[in-house]
Design a protein around this ligand. Sequence first.
Ligand SMILES: CC(C)(COP(=O)(O)OP(=O)(O)OC[C@H]1O[C@@H](n2cnc3c(N)ncnc32)[C@H](O)[C@@H]1OP(=O)(O)O)[C@@H](O)C(=O)NCCC(=O)NCCS
Length: 219
Amino acid sequence: MSSKFVFRSIKPPDVMNIRSLLTKVFMASDPLARHVGLSINGFHSMLDTILPNLDHKTSIVATPREGSTTRLGIEDDDIVACLATAPLDIPIEEKKINRRALPILDLLQTSQSSFKSKVLVPNSIPESRVLHLAMAATDVDFQGQGLFGGLMKEWQSQTNDGRWDIAVAECTSPISRYMLRDKFGWTEEKVVPFSSFEVEGTRPFFELDGEVALVYKKL
Ligand SMILES: CC(C)(COP(=O)(O)OP(=O)(O)OC[C@H]1O[C@@H](n2cnc3c(N)ncnc32)[C@H](O)[C@@H]1OP(=O)(O)O)[C@@H](O)C(=O)NCCC(=O)NCCS
């Protein structure tokens, strides 16, 4: 039950715990990272472009509610789920990204391309006013308990302060795609099957099942 948890905007000391949680969850289960044989350092080369640029108000964490006995060994201030957001215009220095991670970055950027040309440009929306839901993860011991849904509800309540015109996410998980599109009413702009994605004449995710769905929501 999500009432056993508190959902709140992040504070500066949370950032290292978010880094640990994202690393633990993605290294264990992300199909793209596994397919390219990404190391922890390689994953960090991507993650560390985002973390210094997080928007602290709209990045949300879930922690066990004070006094709740959700699991032995879990402290009240431990983060069990997180949603990491940042403005879409943050600088990404490709030379700092591990070469094995580059196809993942290329895939995500390709999935954004028609959103930029068909949605941002015609509506004169600058990327600085686009809120990017960059990553989300729930600790494997807490998955399926409504935490991602709780993160999204708290996120929604933090977005109406006039800073953002639109939000965007690249869903590589069918669960996040289902939640954003079907439960929270986001619009699906583009779907790129992993296996057909081509970059520089190669298909880095050939034979990998799944797809990335670019979804957006006007704020
Ligand atoms: C995607 C993720 C963040 C979802 O977190 P979660 O806290 O388990 O999600 P919730 O418990 O809020 O469940 C969301 C919905 O998906 C469903 N769901 C959750 N886990 C599921 C599973 N393994 N299989 C099928 N459906 C599942 C839930 O029933 C719920 O639907 P409902 O509201 O209609 O009942 C989590 O699975 C995760 O960390 N995955 C690995 C990292 C990842 O893929 N991140 C997103 C990249 S875009």
